[in-house]
Design a protein around this ligand. Structure first.
Ligand SMILES: C[S@@+](CC[C@H](N)C(=O)[O-])C[C@H]1O[C@@H](n2cnc3c(N)ncnc32)[C@H](O)[C@@H]1O
Length: 256
């Protein structure tokens, strides 16, 4: 395929991701966006539960299958390797937009606070969570993670180097700061509806399963002993739960 078309495809994918990411803040936080987690007409509890779990499962399946090294290998036998990450980002973002669109509100309040201070603090923690997510993407490699490095390098006839294994900054405190950011953002709310609680429970379960059984397995395979040492020394998600907060000073390992 023409390099310029791949470039435009990558840029469009990134724009769709930006829209899905920014919308996610409004959707989960019930702010600004026209359709949020608690807005819209309510249906029966059973049908809402079923539809919402199905929606989240579609995202989980798409995300997990496309992140597998075997899938990436297969994809690159058909399409340019430069398109692989952009396609992953595009389909993940479309799956997210589909969730926002079809999400069935379940507005029964499970817990809430009326204290003004608590509301401000929880709101601040919510935004802190999203901030951690964004910051973590730059600590790994934002451009590579979202396919931009690949499409730029492809234009210059260059192969994008594999990403560096990061063990510094937030990655010195937990192995999955990006996921920690999501967990904070999904749970920190002054008013927890049944729908929001369902969203938080299902996404938390998925994050733990995907990280432990898929991502870490792949990283161990790609990095080997160094990743095992990192696992021993740095907590998975909750900071300060291991005596050493730092794995190895040398982060010059590439992820194959
Ligand atoms: C969406 S990011 C999430 C990273 C990590 N699970 C987190 O929560 O911060 C997924 C990508 O990050 C990469 N990754 C995970 N840990 C990494 C590390 N310590 N250094 C560099 N890349 C990492 C994985 O290989 C995967 O391609």
């Amino acid at each position: 395929m023409k390099k310029s078309i791949i470039f435009i495809y990558g840029i469009i994918s990134y724009i769709v991701f930006l829209i899905a990411f920014i919308y996610a803040i409004g959707f989960v936080g019930n702010i600004i966006v026209p359709k949020s987690i608690d807005s819209g007409a309510e249906s029966t509890l059973f049908s809402s539960l079923l539809i919402n779990v199905l929606l989240l499962s579609v995202f989980a399946l798409q995300h997990s299958i496309m992140a597998r090294p075997q899938f990436k290998k297969w994809f690159t036998t058909i399409f340019s390797p430069a398109m692989e990450r952009s396609t992953y980002i595009l389909l993940s973002s479309l799956a997210l937009l589909f969730i926002y669109w079809q999400w069935q509100p379940m507005t029964t309040i499970v817990w809430e606070t009326e204290s003004k201070i608590a509301i401000y603090v929880l709101r601040a923690i919510f935004f802190l969570g999203w901030g951690i997510v964004l910051l973590s993407t730059f600590m790994i490699n934002h451009l590579e993670l979202f396919g931009l490095a690949q499409i730029f390098d492809n234009l210059k006839n260059k192969k994008t180097p594999n990403p560096e294994f990061q063990t510094n900054y937030l990655y010195a405190f937990v192995r999955h700061p990006l996921m920690l950011g999501f967990l904070i953002a999904f749970w920190a709310t002054p008013s927890m509806s049944a729908g929001h609680l369902l969203f938080a429970i299902v996404t938390t379960t998925y994050i733990f399963v995907a990280v432990k059984y898929l991502e870490e397995k792949d990283l161990k395979k790609a990095i080997g002993k160094k990743y095992e040492t990192y696992q021993k020394e740095v907590p998975m998600i909750i900071p300060f739960t291991k005596t050493n907060s730092r794995a190895n000073e040398d982060n010059s390992v590439k992820i194959n």
